[in-house]
Write a protein that binds this ligand. Structure first.
Ligand SMILES: [Zn+2]
Length: 336
């Protein structure tokens, strides 16, 4: 990937590619609301700084430094992103892995680069960094990102070259959504963009929610057809559908559980006011009426099969075999 693989931010990409070719030291602050792609640009900029043969589009993508970068094995790039266990990055981490490290020479590249997400840096950590930001060694580059520079100390802001992200055009936003949800219909892509406040991250999550609704709908149709289906239908057609949703296996599992929950509600309280899948209520009511053999016990067995499927995928089991095992079990329980 090079800068041209990132949609939008044309002027910034030109500027960062030029800075990378110049290979000066410096402190940059990419700023813009959450979900606008700051980290993507920061990563690409760092890669261009590493690259032996960076050009007007940034990193070459083929040299050994680019390979190390892609495999996260270069010792010359340090990333400080959201910590997994605490709200903010610990000061001791900043002192040991950023400040101390910034005085060392790069090993493979000509620059040592630090990408630091300031959204996770408290006042103490920011203060610990001040001196390093003030006089960075000549082969050190700091790429800072912030979604709200009001939380960044003035003493930090006065030391950085701030690069504010540009607003995205509708076309750019549509392109970004399409790349993330390739199967979503055009009208739905446009709706997601329209409601996104011009934030690509928001547009993507709206589009994903929308594809979540279509996954649910499709899963409901499979489940409704299950009692009348043959073994071959399950093994060929239904397994194929699930394979198409492989990346969204959690949505698949939750869709089946929501369907089972709805059936349970309608079996026990036919007049219940609200079910999870209101959009498919008529079809699910018919399903319940036509399948009197399905009781709470059977629904429980199906839920067990879904949970087994989820556990298997969490330990990276093969998707197709886990999905077919789950569907066959559900079929066995629900069939007439
Ligand atoms: Zn390269």
């Amino acid at each position: 990937m090079a800068f041209s693989a990132i949609t939008g931010q044309k002027q910034i990409k030109i500027r960062l590619a030029a800075e990378a070719q110049r290979r000066g030291s410096g402190v940059y602050m990419l700023s813009g609301p959450e979900g606008t792609g700051k980290r993507l640009l920061a990563e690409e900029f760092a890669k261009a700084l590493m690259c032996f043969d960076a050009g007007r589009d940034g990193a070459c993508g083929v040299c050994s430094n680019c390979k190390y970068f892609d495999n996260f094995t270069t010792p010359d790039v340090t990333r400080v992103y959201e910590p997994s266990d605490t709200k903010n990055v610990k000061v001791v981490f900043i002192k040991d892995y950023v400040v101390a490290e910034s005085y060392l020479k790069p090993q493979f590249a000509r620059t040592k680069t630090f990408i630091i997400d300031f959204d996770y840096l408290g006042v103490e950590s920011q203060n610990a960094l001040l001196k390093s930001l003030e006089e960075p060694s000549k082969d050190v580059v700091f790429i800072l990102t912030s979604s709200n520079t009001d939380t960044v100390l003035d003493t930090v802001m006065s030391r950085v070259t701030e690069i504010k992200l540009e607003p995205y055009s509708d076309e750019e936003l549509e392109e970004i959504v399409k790349a993330n949800c390739p199967d979503l219909e055009e009208t739905k892509i446009r709706t997601a963009v329209y409601n996104s406040g011009r934030i690509p991250g928001k547009a993507i999550s709206l589009a994903k929610e929308d594809s979540g609704v279509s996954i649910r709908h499709e899963i409901n149709s499979i489940m409704i057809a299950m009692p009348e289906s043959s073994y071959i239908d399950v093994l060929e057609d239904y397994c194929d559908v699930l394979t198409g949703f492989k990346d969204d296996y959690k949505i698949v599992a939750s869709s089946i559980l929501l369907f089972l929950d709805d059936v349970g509600r309608l079996v026990n309280y036919p007049d219940c006011r609200k079910i999870n899948n209101e959009m498919d209520r008529d079809a699910i009511e018919r399903f319940v009426a036509m399948n009197k053999h399905i009781d709470t016990l059977k629904l429980g067995r199906c839920s067990e099969a879904v949970n087994t499927f989820l556990r298997a995928l969490e330990v990276n089991s093969n998707f197709d075999s886990s999905a077919s095992a789950m569907l066959l079990r559900i079929h066995e329980v629900l069939k007439k």
